[in-house]
Design a protein around this ligand. Structure first.
Ligand code: 5AD
Ligand code: SF4
Length: 488
């Protein structure tokens, strides 16, 4: 494993190595020279800020960017103070793009005042050629633009920018390359996300992800296991396995392996106490996985199973490849195997052609499944997807009314589902000091429910038995029952 001292040993006067990750460490060493120079001139280290939009995969990518920045000597600061601001973008819905343009607009005057300042953009939105064109035309003050496939090259791109005066743009259409062993800066000491695959082959008709994240690729299971072992040795006890469609993990490997098989291997790792994963596509959720979840001591009692719509007609137009009945059957099977499982979902309202009757079917699924929580989205038209050119786009006012009705239903059911735990004792992994009360800590139960209870900083990272005293809709106020330290 590389570390700070190794950077000192790198000869930056020599040609850059061609192999990875050595090449990136070479560029980190080069950037660090620039950082030292900055420190000498300004009497302080340069400050950086990585701002994440979108999903957990992006959050994990941002940790990698932060790791590289830390290695080169940057110190973290707020967006308003940073000398280098990086926006890791999302494009799954149109408003995600709008927000990025807004933030860029805010940075423009700062950059004018501080010419040494740098602005970087990466992530899914950069994989859209129209977005990059707009940035080149109207946001010429941006310094670096790169996409989702070459994030590992971040140090090399920063070095390129530092050596030239021009905007550096490097976007790849796709890749089968996965570079291991680069630095990363975890947000939490005791839990971590782990990419197990990237891309998506499903082409749901509304979704832009397959176009911007490319084809599905699974990471080598040995590399995943090695990374988790290393994380466990470093104090991590909860892992979240990440992928757009984790249930189809391993299909493209030279020696195919199922997701259930991978979970069983991870379960064997000492020190790992909780295993989470997302996202699961209902069409690929196997009986083998359900069985493994039922028998596991470590897999958390939570499954995020996006339904998107309750209408079989709409599901077909969405290219989801399951019917309402199949989805409900799957839910029944899971609940039978893992009776106390918490189920959450994603729902889109206003997909083209959605009638009142279709929407009622969605409400019916919500009532039947009784989700513990649901993310509800207004359909957003993404150029280039098949749904964008479908007829019968639903009028905005109709969508809005349906969305409000759905939200009310989801919230009522979720608070009832949450309340069933009142009076029980659950094991909470403490994550942080409570945002609203410094005398309390906040953590999560295995089923992902949030719990706040009186306690101090020393509990962070510990597993604590907590009496769930009062349900407040989506979270609990509890009281410590008895403490136990996380095994390391
Ligand atoms: N419009 C609205 N919601 C969308 N999602 C994906 N694409 C769109 C879109 N075009 C939602 C889906 C997915 C979640 C991550 O985002 O519900 O599960
Ligand atoms: Fe998008 Fe469907 Fe792939 Fe999820 S499974 S990322 S919704 S195409």
């Amino acid at each position: 494993m590389y570390n700070e001292t190794d950077l000192d040993k790198i000869d930056i006067a020599a040609e850059p190595p061609t192999e990875e990750p050595a090449r990136q460490y070479y560029f980190m060493a080069k950037c660090r020279e620039w950082v030292k120079d900055f420190e000498q001139k300004n009497g302080r280290l340069p400050k950086s800020c990585v701002v994440t939009f979108g999903c957990q995969m992006n959050a994990r990518d941002s940790e990698k960017l932060r790791g590289i920045l830390r290695e080169t000597g940057y110190v973290e600061a707020s967006e308003e103070e940073a000398d280098f601001v990086i926006y890791n973008t999302c494009t799954v819905r149109e408003n995600a793009n709008t927000r990025v343009y807004g933030r860029l607009g805010q940075q423009k005057p700062r950059k004018k005042k501080n010419p040494h300042m740098m602005i970087g953009l990466c992530g899914c939105m950069m994989q859209e050629p129209e977005a990059v064109e707009k940035l080149k035309k109207s946001y010429g003050f941006v310094d670096i633009i790169f996409g989702t496939h070459n994030i590992y090259k971040f140090a090399e791109l920063v070095a390129a920018r530092l050596e030239s005066d021009r905007m550096v743009i490097d976007i790849w259409k796709d890749t089968d390359r996965i570079v291991e062993n680069l630095p990363n800066e975890r947000k939490y000491a005791f839990k971590s996300g782990i990419n197990i695959m990237s891309g998506c082959n499903n082409f749901c008709s509304y979704c832009i992800v397959p176009y911007v994240r490319g084809r599905e690729r699974s990471r080598d299971p040995q590399a995943i296991i090695k990374e988790i072992r290393r994380l466990a040795a470093d104090g991590v006890s909860e892992v979240m396995l990440l992928g757009q469609n984790v249930n189809s993990y391993g299909k493209t490997l030279d020696t195919p392996m199922t997701f259930a098989g991978l979970l069983q291997e991870i379960e064997k790792i000492d020190g790992i106490r909780r295993i989470r994963f997302m996202t699961s596509h209902p069409k690929d959720l196997s009986d083998e996985l359900i069985e493994v979840m039922g028998n596991s001591q470590k897999i958390c009692k939570h499954l995020h199973l996006p339904v998107q719509s309750g209408s079989t007609d709409i599901l077909e137009k969405m290219n989801r490849r399951y019917t309402k009945e199949q989805y409900l059957g799957l839910v029944e099977k899971i609940r039978k195997a893992v009776p106390d499982i918490s189920l959450t979902t994603d729902i889109i309202v206003g997909f083209p052609g959605e009638t009142e009757a279709d929407f009622e079917e969605t409400l019916d699924v919500v009532r039947k499944v009784r989700y513990d929580s649901a993310f509800t989205f207004i359909y957003s038209k993404r150029t280039g997807t098949p749904a964008a050119v479908m007829e019968n786009q639903v009028p905005e006012e109709v969508i809005k009314r349906r969305f409000d009705r759905l939200l009310k239903e989801v919230q009522t059911i979720a608070s009832q589902a949450c309340a069933v735990h009142e009076g029980t004792v659950g094991e909470v992994l403490v994550e942080s000091i409570c945002d609203h009360d410094p005398g309390m800590v906040t953590g999560r139960l295995s089923n992902n429910l949030l719990v706040h209870f009186p306690g101090g900083r020393e509990l962070i990272g510990c597993y604590v038995d907590v009496l769930l005293k009062e349900c407040r809709g989506f979270y609990y106020i509890g009281e410590m029952h008895r403490t136990q330290k996380a095994p390391v």
